[in-house]
Design a protein around this ligand. Structure first.
Ligand code: BES
Ligand code: MN
Ligand code: ZN
Length: 511
């Protein structure tokens, strides 16, 4: 990078550091149920409006106006249904949330917390001592969902659009001490990891490019114990022979990086879990340039990489007894002067060559070198890669699932269960020998695209760089990383998808 650009980049970094995030996480306190409350309250109500002690007390305080209002609204308490009631003195407002008829799992509790947040902007008391659940410290999961749903990104709004007043949330639950411990010592860090992923995923391409992401990762992890961060710059990437990652980065004035996050929470001789995330800070398509329509969304083409950082962060903050290495191959896919062309051949760090058919199939190129590096350097017991890889994956499974591809159905089924518990669902697509046949090149070892289905072809390209006996999970999150409308645990926009999935995987792998 020319010196003048370095100065400008350094200055913009300094400015970015000064702009603290305008959004604050809500502040939670957990306490035992107490009938002496007023202000805004949230009340959880099961299917059939079972009159629990809490509900009876609130109804009595309102002289029966609560039950009358529920009846008038035909409110049955089905899961996630909500009703906001005003003029319910001694309360300011009562938000009633239905909890359905099934027993509440951590996932469902998290969703309920999200629904509660969706209807409460001010300080609020959540009455949650009456829930049908076996979950210890249920209040902590409610808080997690509440915090996740409360996300906003106001950094670039000037004037008084930005809301930076802190919100105080009191969760009245059955085991307040346990809830406090679980939230402040654990779940809060998952929320922070998701928040990091959403923040960077929302940042525009002109503000956040590979060097800046690397810097933000360093800041995120500063002071976190047992973590070591290494950042390979363009020179290091060349020296390592990563021609594929380098090739993608070459069309941009913003050089590529490879961020390596090592968290050592178990013995030094224990093999780590490797998490590798695609980090394209903006995907124009390169010389195979994308159409204009919706291209702005390609600012979030680093969703995989930031989810990796977020999940390693959560594990490290709670000092999970496991070793993890997170890899973030970062590049900007631009059609600049030095950009790779269709027809070019790139040599990866392991020596295998790739013929470029489309420069827009760049995610698999940066992953090729990164997964190779992960195996050579760290010999992981499990390697997971996560990427906004193909429109094909999004079309195949829609908004509700990320695609999981593995070499054996058993592993994919395990991942479905992990996703189910995590609150981030995955659905399998195949990987067949024909998908490898379809990427044979006439002049190189493989080509980077061709044939169908696209999601499986993308996985086959990455799989070419994964040892046959390496336990391996491929996640294609192109359909889930960005939300066009609100869901229980997230407002529309960047979802931070993958932090919760990988967090759950790490928990189950370290049990
Ligand atoms: N980043 C895109 C995939 C994508 C598309 C993510 C839509 C999120 C929303 C990826 O780099 C890409 O361009 N994929 C191509 C592959 C094709 C050229 C083989 C695609 O899916 O069209
Ligand atoms: Mn692309
Ligand atoms: Zn891309």
């Amino acid at each position: 990078m020319p010196a003048t650009h370095k100065i400008i980049a350094a200055a913009s970094l300094a400015i970015a550091a000064m702009l603290a995030p305008a959004h604050a996480q809500p502040s939670f306190s957990f306490s035992a149920p107490d009938s002496d409350i007023d202000g805004d309250i949230v009340l959880m109500v099961g299917e059939g409006l079972d009159m629990t002690a809490t509900m009876t007390a609130v109804d009595a305080a309102t002289s029966g106006r609560l039950t009358a209002a529920l009846e008038q609204a035909d409110f049955t308490g089905s899961f996630g249904a909500s009703l906001k009631l005003h003029a319910m003195s001694p309360y300011e407002t009562i938000v009633v949330i239905g909890t359905g008829e099934e027993e509440l799992t951590p996932r469902k509790l998290t969703d309920l917390g999200g629904h509660a947040a969706a209807h409460s902007g001010d300080d609020v008391t959540v009455l949650a001592d009456n829930l049908d659940t076996d979950v210890e410290a249920a209040g902590a999961w409610l808080a997690k969902g509440f915090a996740l749903r409360s996300y906003s990104f106001d950094k670039y709004k000037s004037g008084d659009d930005a809301d930076d007043t802190e919100q105080f949330v009191t969760v009245m639950s059955a085991a307040p001490a346990a809830a406090t411990e679980l939230y402040t010592g654990d779940l809060q860090y998952v929320v922070e990891g998701v928040t990091f992923a959403r923040d960077i995923g929302t940042e525009p391409g002109n503000k956040v490019y590979p060097e800046v992401v690397a810097d933000r990762v360093r800041t995120l992890f500063s002071g976190v114990r047992n973590v070591r961060i290494d950042v390979l710059d363009a020179q290091d990437i060349r020296r390592e022979g990563m021609g594929s990652l380098m090739g993608v980065g070459m069309g941009s004035i913003n050089d590529p990086r490879l961020v390596v996050i090592r968290y050592n929470g178990a013995g030094t001789d224990e093999a780590p879990i490797a998490l590798v995330g695609k980090g394209i800070t903006f995907d124009t398509g390169g010389i195979s340039i994308k159409p204009n329509n919706g291209m702005w969304l390609m600012k979030s083409d680093l969703s995989g990489a930031v989810a990796v950082a977020g999940s390693v962060y959560a594990a490290a903050k709670r000092q999970a007894p496991v070793n993890i290495v997170g890899l973030m191959p970062l590049a900007e896919n631009m059609p600049g002067r030095d950009a790779i062309r269709p027809g070019d051949v790139l040599t990866t760090m392991g020596g295998k060559t790739i013929e470029i058919i489309s420069t827009d199939a760049e995610g698999r190129l940066v992953l090729a070198d990164a997964v190779q590096y992960a195996q050579e350097e760290f010999n992981p017991r499990l390697l997971l890669n996560i990427a906004t890889l193909t429109g094909s994956a999004a079309r195949a499974v829609g908004d509700d699932y990320a695609v999981v591809i593995t070499r054996d159905l058993e592993t994919s089924l395990d991942m479905m269960e992990i996703g189910e518990r995590a609150g981030e669902d995955v659905w399998p697509l195949p990987l067949h020998p024909s998908h490898f046949d379809q990427i044979k090149s006439d002049i190189a070892d493989i080509k980077n695209t061709g044939g169908s289905p696209g999601a499986s072809i993308g996985a086959a390209v990455v799989g070419t760089f994964i040892d046959e006996d390496q336990p391996w999970v491929h996640l294609d999150i192109a359909g889930v990383d960005w939300l066009n409308s609100d869901v229980a645990t997230a407002p529309k926009g960047h979802a931070g998808w993958g932090v919760r999935f990988m967090d759950q995987l790490i928990r189950e792998e370290s049990e």
